[in-house]
Design a binder for this molecule. Structure first.
Ligand code: THU
Length: 160
């Protein structure tokens, strides 16, 4: 038997410690919580994906009466980016959550399916995608989507 310890790295920043570029992407994710369609959960999630050409794609969670048919905010942004700008690497992805009349104190943690999609996005373009999770008490910054999913499944794994 062998035991492995998988470690990962993230940093927590106060608003004024973020760069102007980071603040701009996070601000759009915050703004996007207003476009969330979440009549079932009441949990508003906004996302912003910045592309290498500087364009920022907007996302928001979209729910459905047939619950599994809905989609998380970050995937709406990443899929819109892939569909409209397939050749543009995504350099930054920001997410913000708003519920009960305020942004969450702690950042929302992306679900497993979103982490998998983030990883594929990063892999697809061959560079790191910075992930920013906004919380009122601090923004978590991951240098790479891979830091959110240490044991990965990517296209190479399909080859055995
Ligand atoms: N949700 C997101 O949009 N992103 C996440 O990272 C976590 C969860 C959405 C899905 C659903 O519409 C609502 O939040 C409650 O789970």
């Amino acid at each position: 038997m062998k035991e492995y310890n998988l470690t990962t790295k993230m940093r927590s920043y106060q608003w004024d410690e973020l760069s102007d570029e980071q603040r701009a992407v996070v601000a759009i994710a915050k703004e996007q919580t207003e476009n969330s369609y979440c009549p079932y959960s009441g949990f508003h999630v906004g996302a912003a994906a910045k592309l290498a050409n500087g364009i920022i794609m907007r996302g928001a969670n979209q729910e459905n009466a047939a619950y599994p048919s809905g989609l998380c905010a970050e995937r709406t942004a990443l899929f819109a980016a892939g569909a409209q700008y397939p050749d543009q690497p995504v350099t930054h992805l920001a997410i913000a959550c708003f519920t009960d009349g305020h942004f969450t104190k702690e950042p929302g943690a992306p679900c497993g399916a979103c982490r998998q999609v983030m990883l594929e996005t990063e892999h697809r373009y061959g560079g790191k995608m910075e992930v920013l999770l906004y919380g009122e008490e601090g923004t978590y910054v991951f240098e790479s989507a891979a830091d959110l999913l240490p044991l990965i499944f990517v296209s190479e794994n399909l080859k055995g």
